[in-house]
Design a protein around this ligand. Structure first.
Ligand code: AMP
Length: 255
């Protein structure tokens, strides 16, 4: 209790900062979703999960959703051309102006190249132009790419144990982060579900797809000397502390 004012000051400082684009890379189960939420809470920036955007299209039965549904159920990647439109639309929204966390994008080297061009043209240019006129708009903040490294057997355990709340989206793990009451969300009491593509028969395909297609993304950013690898075999809190350290040391601009 005595710490409350100090903590909220620290949180306000974090929330007033322009953290720029943050990319979390890692295989399914590495903790991208969990860590994204920590960043969202601490810095007050939105989480852009392409998996969630796609699931929303599927739930609404849009043309894109209908096309993506079968592909997602098989654990394969949705074609790049379908992804660019939904990602661009989302990143142009005003809540992204002080930074955002990308979760699940880019997943191919082609997507990484597309994102570089998009950020250069639409995000960084806008920020720089505004900064040059001495307005109070945020300055350019470099892209941060964090790779979460996890042992393969740990990943299998994590994915097989993953449960989520269909109402609020909160994630649980029956092994490491169980709900207070078995199979029930702590926040809103909804019955927890296993995501369709977390089922055992799909998991190995998703991991194989990751190895095949997403590792080149890490190589792409390593080639740009942007990649910051973090050991994500540790506890959620330990990994979060490392991630905040990386973000804090990269971004100096206010928002
Ligand atoms: P996720 O929730 O990030 O694990 O994504 C669930 C599924 O959505 C993936 O298995 C893919 O079928 C699809 N998906 C999500 N993000 C992308 C992306 N960047 N490129 C292609 N497909 C994606």
């Amino acid at each position: 209790m005595a710490n409350e004012p100090a903590m909220s000051t620290a949180n306000n400082a974090a929330r007033n900062r322009n953290i720029g684009p943050v990319i979390l890379l890692g295989p399914p189960g590495a903790g991208k979703g969990t860590q994204s939420r920590q960043i969202v809470e601490h810095y007050g920036v939105p989480q852009i999960s392409t998996g969630d955007l796609l699931r929303d299209h599927v739930a609404r039965g849009t043309a894109l959703g209908l096309e993506a549904k079968a592909i997602m159920t098989r654990g394969e990647l949705v074609p790049d051309e379908l992804m660019y439109g939904i990602v661009a639309d989302r990143l142009r929204e005003v809540d992204c102006r002080c930074g955002f966390v990308l979760d699940g994008f880019p997943r191919t080297a082609a997507q990484a190249g597309w994102l570089d061009a998009f950020l250069e043209k639409e995000v960084f240019d806008n920020f720089d132009a505004k900064a040059d006129t001495k307005s109070e708009k945020p300055k350019k903040c470099p892209l941060i790419v964090i790779q979460l490294l996890v042992d393969y057997n740990q990943l299998l355990l994590r994915i097989a144990g993953r449960r989520s709340c269909p109402t609020c989206g909160r994630l649980y793990n029956i092994h490491s982060q169980p709900p207070l009451v078995d199979a029930v969300c702590d926040v809103d009491g909804s019955k927890l579900v296993i995501r369709e593509d977390d089922r055992e028969e799909v998991i190995s395909e998703r991991l194989a797809t990751y190895e095949r297609q997403t590792k080149p993304v890490a190589d792409y950013y390593r080639g740009q000397r942007r990649l910051i690898a973090i050991n994500a075999d540790r506890t959620v809190e330990e990994v979060t502390t490392q991630i905040f350290g990386v973000i804090d040391s990269h971004c100096v601009g206010g928002c």
